[in-house]
Design a protein around this ligand. Structure first.
Ligand code: APR
Length: 247
């Protein structure tokens, strides 16, 4: 399916030196990971997020929370990056500065070859001590949950509801949004702050904002361009057009 990508959009990207990207669950949808807000098949549809994705839920039932995340980890490890992830990795190589900010915890950007990835919500594949907050690389796989050498439980290194975002990651994301010439918002419902604020910061700083999402979001009316189609379809075509424009 050929997507109608405006010539002016390609020109803006062809001229840009600094590009920032924000991705959400939608970029991984075509890899087989359900999005959060999909009412029928969404990740939270059969689970109570307050039991699984809050520090209080972990204190109440550490085994349930650990096992739920362990199952997600195994499932995601068996899935592959899709053409949207691959196109972003190829785009990174074209620009002087390219910062890929993601709300996803699935490592699929890194597995597709992206290097400058800022993870706002942590990474499911990493584990940290629930007391010391330090990342731990080896632990007893057969315990549920395993314990840190300090005696506290280990937990996934992801940001749960009600928790602060990693300070360094947020600072890097804000810096990229405020200093880019083009900002792409891809596969995010743009509802969860502070991530949702990044495209607005970019707009205020004078960047061209491009949204890629099959649905309209609260960002759509602010964006300079909105491409309403799946990112795994749009991004490879965008890359191809950009390559052709600078050939
Ligand atoms: N290509 C691009 N976008 C898609 C695709 C696709 N193939 N499929 C779905 N989308 C869009 C949906 O239209 C929706 O706007 O992806 C968006 C996914 O939205 P959410 O499920 O709300 O995911 P996200 O924006 O990443 O959520 C942000 O909320 O629950 C928290 O911490 C969690 O990181 C998550 C945050």
């Amino acid at each position: 399916m050929a997507i109608d990508i405006p010539r002016e959009l390609i020109d803006k990207l062809a001229q840009a030196r600094r590009v920032a990207v924000l991705t959400g669950a939608g970029i991984s949808a075509e890899s087989g990971i359900p999005t959060f807000r999909d009412a029928l098949s969404g990740l939270w549809a059969n689970y109570d997020p307050l039991k699984l994705a809050t520090p209080e839920g972990f204190v109440r039932d550490p085994k349930l929370v650990w096992e739920w995340y362990a199952a997600r980890r195994t499932r995601i490890a068996s899935l592959q990056p899709n053409p949207g992830h691959a196109a972003l990795a190829a785009l990174e190589r074209r620009f002087e500065q390219f910062t890929l900010v993601t709300q996803n915890i699935d490592s699929l950007h890194q597995r597709a070859g992206s290097h400058e990835v800022v993870e706002l919500h942590g990474n499911l594949m990493r584990v940290k001590c629930s007391r010391e907050q330090v990342v731990v690389s080896s632990f007893a796989e057969d315990e549920s949950p395993p314990r840190c050498h300090c005696g506290a439980y280990l937990r996934p290194d992801v940001v749960w509801f009600g928790e602060m975002l990693p300070v360094d990651a947020l600072a890097r994301a804000e810096e990229a949004a405020e200093h880019c010439e083009v900002f792409l918002s891809i596969g995010t419902s743009a509802q969860v702050y502070p991530a949702a604020e990044l495209p607005l910061r970019a707009l205020s700083a004078g960047a061209t904002v491009i949204e890629i999402n099959p649905e309209s979001t609260s960002l759509t009316r602010h964006a300079h361009f909105s491409l309403h189609a799946a990112s795994g379809i749009v991004l490879p075509q965008l890359l191809e057009r950009l390559n052709a424009a600078s050939a």
